[in-house]
Design a binder for this molecule. Structure first.
Ligand code: ADP
Length: 490
């Protein structure tokens, strides 16, 4: 099967959030299964790393607007396992320090940036005479493609045969712009209607894909249900309910080549479920690195996230004093909202030696925290899938999570029943409040201190979960197969 995977992020080059991890691992897994997969990504001249590995093909595609033509350079990279990655280069649009914006503010020309990117991808198909069976789209940056396809099909009928699947990684980011920006899309007038992009008087990119992608997926079964409700639908629950037969929830996997404590070179020492002693060494090194006191029997909690309201940073902040009072330490890593950063800095100063805060995007430290912590905190208000709780399971760091989205699907709460039937892997609470999280943290601390045998059993079970991509990729393949078997578009 020929699959084009179009994305704004891909982990080896540019990572802002979970989308990057998915865009690196899923295409690679599909390629390993024998499919012809190509990944398409903007060439972020300043923001991305490892770009030296991508070579300039010396070829250009032209994206023509009424009064401007964007001549985009094409760069190409083949990963060690043979996956083709194509980069679209246009420095005026993508040669910036950030990906989506700087600080808290989005770039004002984001609609134009990703519109040019999407059209360039379609131009590359024509230039290379390579037309995919399946065009896999991800989040709003690629959500206009179901509108471009019929326009391009008027030029070349091969575009008409392409089927689209749109994956919602986070419904909260919809690509909303003022009506006057519609021309940035470079689409005929009929697309400026509620049947395509118009939404409450503005342009909404996500809407186009929700209505017109042939199939929809999102990144966990629970989130697939939640987004069909008024509470979780971000205004699109009605549309999503009408498309429920075309919508499925497929959990993200984790990339075992990157997130495996037995082989991870970013952590001080390696360990696995059968031989976990080195985890204690990782904890010791982490404490030393973060200036946390080396107290023998004190459990250490980790928290890593974009510092946004979604991630429940306020819940963590409200609970921190009590967590410390309950005798635990906390290592926080994250960047984002400056007010949250300041509040965390203040807490770390107040609880010096017990709480640390690192205001950075630091992948190496994120591995060190996953390996060195005993407990991982995720009080997210909503979480489409969430990756850190899965990394935590793999690293034997028991997650304490709010029962939402992918967190609900991947962590089994510790109860009498789940201890008895040997399925417990963490601690789950029902409302994203400090009180509810503290209750779960207390349950975790009690087990940690009072029943080491059970704690170790939970840790072993967590580490034994099959969280890798191959099984999940099979589910995507099943979706692609449904698509290809459809003779007409919906
Ligand atoms: P989201 O995509 O909403 O940000 P996910 O849990 O799906 O949330 O994925 C977040 C990814 O980004 C994880 O791999 C996480 O470890 C990583 N991450 C988030 N913040 C940081 C940070 N400050 N430093 C390093 N990695 C981070």
């Amino acid at each position: 099967m020929k699959i084009a995977f179009v994305t704004a992020e891909c982990a080896a080059f540019i990572k802002i959030g979970g989308l990057a991890d998915v865009a690196a691992a899923l295409p690679a897994t599909l390629r390993a299964a024998g499919h012809d997969v190509r990944v398409f990504l903007p060439y972020y001249t300043q923001a991305a790393r490892n770009l030296a590995q991508a070579w300039d093909t010396q070829r250009f595609v032209a994206v023509a607007y009424r009064d401007t033509v964007y001549h985009c350079g094409i760069y190409h990279h083949v990963t060690p396992d043979g996956l083709d990655i194509y980069f679209v280069r246009y420095d005026e649009l993508f040669g910036r320090a950030g990906v989506y914006g700087s600080g808290d503010a989005d770039y004002p020309d984001n609609l134009l940036r990703f519109a040019v990117f999407q059209q360039a991808v379609l131009e590359i198909f024509l230039m290379d005479d390579w037309f995919p069976d399946v065009l896999h789209l991800n989040d709003w940056h690629t959500a206009a493609l179901p509108a471009y396809l019929p326009v391009y099909a008027a030029r070349d009928a091969r575009y008409a045969a392409i089927r689209t699947v749109f994956t919602i990684h986070n419904l909260a980011y919809q690509g909303i712009f003022a009506a006057r920006e519609f021309s940035m899309l470079n689409l005929p007038e009929e697309y400026a209607t509620p049947a395509w992009f118009e939404h409450f008087g503005g342009v909404n990119c996500m809407k186009c894909a929700l209505l017109h992608a042939d199939l929809l997926t999102t990144v966990s079964p629970t989130y697939a249900q939640e987004i069909q409700t008024a509470d979780g639908g971000c205004g699109f629950d009605g549309i999503l309910r009408t498309r429920h037969a075309d919508l499925s929830g497929i959990l993200n996997g984790i990339d075992a080549a990157v997130w495996n404590p037995a082989t991870d070179t970013r952590i001080p020492a390696r360990y696995d479920a059968a031989n976990i002693r080195a985890k204690a060494y990782c904890k010791k090194m982490l404490r030393a690195r973060l200036g946390l006191e080396p107290r023998a029997t004190t459990p250490l909690c980790g928290f890593i996230a974009r510092l946004t309201e979604q991630k429940g940073v306020d819940v963590l902040l409200a609970a921190l004093d009590s967590i410390v009072a309950a005798g635990a330490q906390v290592a926080v890593l994250g960047t984002g909202n400056p007010q949250y950063e300041q509040a965390l800095r203040d807490k770390a100063a107040w609880h010096a030696g017990a709480v640390s805060f690192t205001a950075a995007f630091d992948e190496e430290l994120s591995h060190a925290i996953e390996a060195g912590a005993d407990i991982f905190l995720m009080p997210s208000r909503f979480e489409p899938c969430g990756l850190n709780q899965m990394y935590s399971l793999a690293y034997g760091t028991l997650p304490v999570v709010h029962r939402t989205g992918g967190l609900a699907d991947t962590v089994v709460d510790t109860t009498l029943l789940t201890l008895d039937n040997e399925t417990a892997t963490g601690f789950v609470f029902d409302t994203p409040t400090a009180e509810a999280m503290l209750h779960a943290v207390h349950r975790a601390l009690t087990l940690y201190h009072d029943d080491r045998v059970t704690w170790r059993a939970l840790r072993r079970r967590a580490m034994g979960q099959d969280l890798a991509w191959p099984a999940r990729a099979q589910e995507y393949l099943a979706v692609y197969q449904v698509l290809c078997s459809r003779r007409t578009k919906h």
